[in-house]
Design a protein around this ligand. Sequence first.
Ligand code: HEC
Length: 145
Amino acid sequence: MTTTRLLLGSLAIALLATACGPKPEAGAGGHEAEAPVSEHSSAGLPAGSIAAGEKLASTKGATGQACVDCHGKEGAAPIDPNYPKLAGQYHDYIASALAMYRDGRRQNSLMASQAKELTDQQIADLSAYFGSRQRVVHDLAEHTQ
Ligand code: HEC
C-alpha cells in the first residue's frame, strides 16, 4: 500500500514536471520572461567602452555619414524631429535596436545601412556611449498631465 502510494506520488511528480517543461511556442506572445534567448540579444554582447563608442559615433561609415550626423551631437539633437534622440536612452535598448536593424528584425532603410556592418563590440561601444550621455529622452510618467 505504502509502496503503491509512493509510486503514484512519483508518477504524479514526473507528469507535473513534463507538463511544466519548456513549451516550444513559449514567448510567441511576446512575454519577455518566456521569450527565447536571442543570440543577438544585448545580454550576449561584450562589455562596451564609452571612449571607443564616442569615437565611432562621429566616424563616417560606408554611407559617408556618422551617427551624430543624423542623431546630433551626443545623440541629443537629431537633424530631423522624426529622428530619435539617443542620449541617455537605456544602453540595453540601444544595443537591442542596433542588433535588430543589423539582422533585419527591425526595418528602416536608413538604419539598416548604418547597422549592417557593425560588430557586436561596436554595438556595445556605441550603446555604452549614447547611453552614458545626459538624458534627453523622457519616460511616459513625465508626459501624463
Ligand atoms: C542617415 C541618418 C542616420 C544615421 C547616419 C544614423 N541614424 Fe540611427 N536612426 C535614424 C532614423 C531615421 C531612425 C528611426 C528609424 C526607425 O523608425 O526605426 C534611427 C533610429 C536609431 C535607433 C533606434 C532608436 C529608438 O529609439 O528606437 C538607434 C539605437 C540608432 N538609430 C542608432 C544609430 C547609431 C549608433 C548610428 C551610427 C552607427 C546611427 N543611428 C546612424 C537615422 C540615422
